[in-house]
Design a protein around this ligand. Structure first.
Ligand code: SF4
Length: 456
């Protein structure tokens, strides 16, 4: 799982392209049904599902805060958002959902500003959103008892370029720094037929790009008849929906990539050449203390193997800086991984202890040193991304437009491309963006349309 945090700089779509209401922000909230989403793509997908249930139940003036528990900071920000929202609109009911609500419901139930607390299973049921008078204020069941995953078919994400769809939930691993399994339960998969139906419906409604998401998507399938792998799901999906122009995956565990996925990577142009790897560190002893399933040599081997099959592929990765006991020498192994694996998109986290996890009981690295190491990783990642961006100048590709005059290349590079509505595929030549300057948010690259014609 990518332990991404809402405000971590990353190649994720910008907030205005996030599905499911708005990402967490400090701006005063407009009236009506609002959803503030923290955390990962799965949470954004689920926010879209909740919005449909809430609207169908006639909930037209409420604030839903869909929390994240990946760091104590994420939980603190959710509590801060609750207090702020209540000060802004004391009469509006606040409903708290998500992993922080699942793991510590009493904490939110104890806040007078909170009207209701819903667990991660409950939040996705229509029943939970029925008239609140006869609903329990706190509805949070034991997530570890969840054994199946009901598909939540949606038609699309409002004016969104890409759609995140859930194919998997929960995790059977127990990495020593991670609290997620206690918020999401054990691994379970959406049946292939439902995933295909979901994608077909999205494509019929104009979606050009789908991102398969979950908690640990490479563990897709063992709970389904025939135990299909993630690669088999992807192959079947692309065959069953030939109209789908572009497919991406959310973060994957490199050591669990199967032969079918490698086959698709090598042979399917609609499978985007951009993989985000949950690597976490570059030193074997630290990886062992994290209880990860791979070693440094595995990460290098997998990246080399994939690049040989798909030379235009780019890699992103999650890296934790300052994991307990990490020495400067061990940190250097993580730093060197950027060049050795050819990583260009980094999600970097200064280690944050989570109460109840084994790593929180290990000898800790001083917080300032964690932050300093995280800054060095980010700087190296930015340099790698800048070098890759430079190497793309003069190349040609099909870019997918988003809101705000930006488009994305197959490698997910942002390209300035004004004058096109969101959700269009345009053939472009990659050029330097003259409007880009230090300090402005303009992408460093621009797309020069090769013809007036929009591909689709
Ligand atoms: S336990 Fe490990 S694999 Fe599972 S969600 Fe957490 S970090 Fe990911």
């Amino acid at each position: 799982m990518s332990i991404r945090h809402a405000n971590t700089p990353s190649p994720e779509p910008p907030a205005n392209d996030q599905p499911g209401a708005e990402a967490h922000s400090d701006a005063p909230l407009a009236a009506g049904l609002r959803i503030q989403t923290f955390g990962c793509r799965l949470n954004f997908y689920e926010s879209e599902v909740m919005r449909r249930h809430a609207e169908a139940a006639g909930l037209d003036d409420a604030l839903i805060i869909n929390t994240c528990a990946v760091t104590s900071e994420a939980q603190r920000q959710a509590e801060q958002a609750i207090r702020r929202a209540h000060r802004q609109a004391p009469e509006r009911p606040i409903i708290v959902t998500g992993c922080a609500a699942q793991i510590a419901p009493e904490r939110f139930a104890g806040m007078p500003q909170v009207a209701r607390v819903l667990g991660n299973e409950e939040k996705l049921t229509a029943e939970a959103w029925g008239a609140s008078d006869d609903q329990a204020r706190v509805q949070v069941n034991d997530i570890m008892q969840a054994t199946s995953l009901a598909p939540q078919l949606i038609d699309g994400f409002d004016q969104q370029t890409r759609a995140f769809i859930q194919v998997q939930q929960g995790c059977d691993h127990r990495c020593t720094f991670c609290i997620i399994p206690y918020g999401r339960g054990n691994a379970r998969s959406v049946p292939m037929g439902d995933v295909i139906e979901q994608v077909r419906r999205l494509v019929e409604n104009g979606t050009k790009e789908v991102v398969l998401t979950g908690v640990d998507i490479t563990s897709y399938g063992p709970d389904l008849p025939g135990a299909p792998s993630l690669g088999q799901l992807v192959r079947r999906l692309l065959a069953a929906v030939p109209e789908l122009p572009r497919l991406r995956l959310s973060s994957i565990d490199s050591i669990e990539i199967d032969q079918h996925l490698l086959h698709v990577l090598a042979n399917e142009p609609r499978f985007m050449p951009h993989l985000h790897l949950s690597l976490q560190a570059g030193n074997d002893l630290i990886l062992k203390r994290m209880k990860r399933r791979h070693l440094r040599a595995d990460a290098l081997r997998v990246c080399r193997q994939i690049r040989a099959l798909r030379p235009d592929v780019v890699f992103g990765a999650d890296l934790i800086a300052g994991f307990p006991t990490e020495t400067e020498e061990q940190f250097q192994d993580s730093l060197a991984l950027i060049e050795d694996c050819g990583l260009i998109y980094l999600h970097v986290f200064p280690y944050s202890e989570r109460e109840g996890t084994p790593a929180a009981r290990m000898p800790q690295v001083a917080k300032p040193l964690r932050k300093e190491r995280a800054a060095r990783l980010r700087a190296a990642g930015d340099a790698a991304l800048a070098a890759f961006s430079q190497s793309q100048i003069g190349s040609r590709c099909t870019a997918l437009t988003e809101q705000g005059g930006v488009a994305r290349s197959p490698q997910f590079l942002p390209l300035a491309l004004p004058g096109f509505a969101a959700g269009q595929l345009v053939e472009v030549e990659v050029q330097t963006n003259a409007a880009a300057a230090p300090g402005n948010a303009a992408p460093s690259l621009a797309g020069q349309p090769l013809s007036a014609a929009v591909l689709s």
